[in-house]
Design a protein around this ligand. Structure first.
Ligand SMILES: *Cc1c(COP(=O)(O)O)cnc(C)c1O
Length: 225
């Protein structure tokens, strides 16, 4: 058995029912994805539009592609025809663009609001208070071709698991509050995307419903220059 298949089987045995596994295949070749596909995975995450679109064209059409990286508005059109879930909505302008391109493609696209929960300020996303204000504003309700399914966040890169858990717990609390107060009429506000290779156990303990695992499945990433 290959190490990819082995890693997938081990992860599957560990993840509770109700937690969706997204295999983050960025930088890895299509052959690796095919192997993971053969081991039963259908959900793959990428962070670059061009790379995801190239892979989408050459791999089985029942793969569900997740955009997890920062998305520029002028590139939304390339993924609108096929993307399954966009985790990285980080501005009202981006969501409005996804809405427009989804309509052109004759689709409704599921999206998550990316919320900045880590202490480092290098990451994209809404501040928690901004996300809440945006959700309360009613502006999202005017968009007809996107559905906000939930939230995505990344914890700080640190060995301090108490801090990581506290960050995930804060995101879960926001998710619950928005679900009750802002998206209560939409039965589909059900996705909390948090947890990567290094911290998915903490994320699951704090209520994650979707984990995004790269290294833990495919091994180390090598960036080409
Ligand atoms: C790369 C990436 C992951 C996966 O990270 P690993 O440490 O390889 O599991 C998850 N989420 C996002 C947003 C990423 O960019």
């Amino acid at each position: 058995m290959s190490s990819i298949t082995e890693a997938i089987n081990e992860l599957k045995a560990k993840l509770p029912a109700g937690v969706q596994l997204i295999a983050v295949s960025k930088t890895h070749p299509a052959d690796y994805i095919r192997e993971a596909y053969e081991a039963g995975l259908r959900h793959f995450g990428e962070n670059k539009v061009q790379e995801m679109t190239d892979k989408q064209a050459q791999l089985p059409q029942d793969i569900r592609w997740h955009m997890i990286g920062h998305l520029q508005t002028n590139k939304v059109k390339y993924i609108a025809p096929y993307v399954h879930l966009i985790h990285s909505i980080d501005s009202p302008k981006l969501l409005a663009t996804v809405d427009k391109e989804a309509r052109k493609a004759g689709r409704v696209i599921d999206c998550l609001l990316q919320v900045h929960i880590a202490a480092e300020d290098t990451k994209f996303g809404f501040a928690p208070a901004e996300a809440e204000e945006y959700a309360r504003s009613g502006a999202i309700g005017e968009l007809t071709s996107v559905r906000i399914r939930g939230l995505m966040g990344m914890a700080s890169f640190t060995d301090d698991t108490a801090r990581v858990r506290a960050e995930f717990a804060a995101l879960k609390a926001l998710f619950d509050r928005l679900g009750r107060q802002c998206f209560a009429g939409t039965a589909c506000f059900d996705t909390l995307s948090m947890g990567m290779s290094g911290d998915y156990e903490e994320a699951i303990a704090e209520g994650s419903t979707m984990v995004r695992i790269g290294n833990g499945i495919f091994g180390k990433r090598y960036y080409q220059l």
